[in-house]
Design a protein around this ligand. Structure first.
Ligand code: FAD
Length: 523
């Protein structure tokens, strides 16, 4: 397969790139019509950049990098691969913020979605509309970054409702996983706030799908880990954007009190009471570094020493984080409402901190931390992350077995550790994303940064955590999953495996797409 593919691509490159006579017998005529051959690059820098990701752990070279100008280009390339007697693999690479090579295509072709973003900037990449059935929505290219969606929709006084903590991720990249953040408890993940998507399937077909139209493909691609098609457009739900945000953090020494308060604040009954939070997360404070990591610098410098004293005294401090949006209309009531919501919480007295920031500053809160690390050369280090969904019924066991035992004993944890609950009913089980089978579950994110020589120590910790959960019968599901064996994938999907496999047979029968996930391809 590899030899065949190198042969075909080198023909494409040498014939078209160097304007030698074309060897058209190798190519379907449409490929030449669409002029896609000159969009393939085998230059070293293109290959290098397609063979790395944010994780900085996996490295796999494609044979070529494809820079499409349109969804038709992508369809032509996939159709070409599909019709080859020896199909080659193809991976869309969004912003490459995977941590385990998920957007790589060893010996295949990487589709550089960022080049499409560059070409569609300021044109048809993000279009805001309204209709009587959906209200306001945005049609957004799969290659666009969420930060661009934010700015483009704000020009109309609107914004999406469900976010990720970090906005320099593509629409296609987050929709292939779920897209979660502090809004998820209320609105569901980003995949739940999409009305329609355009997809190029593994057969090279261009399909528009929604819950009413080609619904099987719609549900397959949302949370589908890139396995069924390349998303070229998503219709994203919008609402009126607030102007500002009241942003509060409270510290706890007792995990039971912390999780009880989190669960109370996200409870469905609480939300029916009309006054609700707009965002809820939580994290661990383990040491000095966790007061001011890349997720956000929040606490006043003058309070550092008394917070550190609490960490030293208790070993771990749990930080509950909430936000409430407001605008000119709600300005006069927001403080009162926040007071009502936060009344009776059991945080450590005197350890509540509040900020009042613009909506954009709040949503883009991670960016300043990123820039700081980038300037110190610390953003492009290995990231041996572990993200889990843990059922609510076992979260206390998780705290004692993982946070209070493994994490404290090993004492290597760097970077944010996130802990916050969400509601099952805000997810859609027909979608490919996998979550625990309980009404409420927690997301736990170990967002480690390591040195180039010691990332394995973090991986060992990750393995120990997974083994602990396995032995204790805590039925966790990985988010942004990474497995190396088929058996692990089958376990991961559980009762959804059969549907996932059948959808693969239907939409990508030749196993062309996103081989870096290692679900159907054993690279
Ligand atoms: P890539 O890494 O480029 O691709 C990811 C996967 O999706 C690959 O399999 C790829 O082939 C496939 N893919 C890419 N584009 C498309 C497309 N158009 N159609 C179909 N498949 C496609 N996630 C959250 O949910 N919440 C967070 O708060 C959050 N914060 C993060 C913060 C940082 C600093 C980082 C590095 C990651 C974070 N993530 C978060 C994880 C992130 O959502 C995923 O890694 C996401 O896949 C990254 O998007 P990307 O554009 O970089 O995708």
């Amino acid at each position: 397969h590899l030899i065949m593919m190198i042969f075909i691509i080198s023909r494409l490159m040498s014939t078209i790139g160097n304007s030698k006579p074309l060897n058209t017998f190798l190519l379907p005529p449409k490929l030449l019509d669409h002029d896609v051959a000159n969009k393939l690059s085998t230059y070293q820098d293109a290959i290098e950049s397609a063979s790395t990701d944010y994780g900085n752990i996996v490295k796999q070279n494609p044979v070529a990098v494809f820079s499409p100008s349109s969804k038709e280009d992508i369809a032509t390339l996939i159709k070409f691969a599909y019709n080859c007697s020896a199909p080659f693999s193809i991976a869309a690479k969004g912003h490459g913020h995977s941590v385990r090579g998920q957007a790589m295509a060893k010996n295949g072709v990487v589709v550089d979605m960022m080049s499409l973003r560059e070409q569609r900037k300021g044109s048809d990449g993000i279009i805001v509309s309204w209709n009587q059935y959906l209200g306001f929505y945005a049609d957004v290219g799969g290659e666009q970054l969420w930060i661009d969606v934010l700015h483009a929709t704000l020009e109309h006084g609107l914004a999406p409702v469900s976010w990720t903590d970090y906005l320099y991720l593509t629409i296609g990249g987050t929709l292939s996983n779920a897209g979660i953040s502090g809004q998820t408890f209320r609105y569901g993940p980003q995949i739940n706030n999409v009305y329609e998507v355009d997809v190029v399937t593994g057969k090279g077909e261009l399909v528009t799908c929604s819950p009413h139209n080609n619904s099987e493909l719609f549900y397959a691609v949302l949370g589908g880990l890139g396995q069924f098609g390349i998303i070229t457009r998503a219709r994203v739900a919008l609402e009126l954007a607030p102007k500002r945000v009241k942003w509060v953090r409270m510290l706890y020494s007792d995990f039971s009190a912390f999780s009880r308060d989190q669960e109370r604040l996200i409870s469905i009954n609480g939300m029916k009471a009309n006054i609700t939070l707009d965002y809820l997360e939580g994290s661990l404070l383990l040491n000095h570094g966790s007061l001011n990591n890349w997720r956000s610098s929040f606490f006043p410098q003058s309070d550092f020493s008394r917070i550190i004293s609490q960490i030293i005294k208790h070993g771990i401090i749990y930080c509950l984080e909430v936000a409430k949006n407001y605008d000119d209309r709600t300005h006069s009531t927001v403080d009162k409402e926040l007071q009502v919501l936060l009344k009776g919480l059991s945080h450590i007295p005197g350890f509540m901190f509040e900020k009042d920031v613009s909506f954009v500053k709040f949503l883009d809160r991670v960016r300043s931390g990123e820039k700081k690390l980038q300037s110190q050369g610390l953003w492009e280090v290995p990231h041996p992350w572990l993200n889990l969904f843990v059922p609510k019924s076992r979260i206390i066991d998780f705290d004692s077995g993982v946070f209070k035992d493994i994490v404290l004993k090993r004492n290597i944890t760097t970077g944010p550790v996130l802990v916050y609950p969400m509601n099952h009913e805000k997810w859609n089980d027909r979608m490919s994303a996998v979550i625990p089978d309980e009404d409420t579950f927690y997301t736990i994110g170990f967002l480690h940064s390591s040195g180039f020589n010691d990332w394995e120590a973090y991986d060992d910790q990750n393995k120990e955590i997974l083994t602990f959960c396995d032995k204790a019968g805590i039925n966790v599901k990985q988010y942004l999953p990474h497995y190396t064996t088929k058996e692990d994938w089958i376990n991961h999907f559980g009762s959804k495996w059969e549907t996932f496999r059948q959808r693969k047979d239907r939409f990508d029968p030749k196993r062309i797409l996103s081989p870096g996930q290692r679900i159907f391809n054993s690279i």
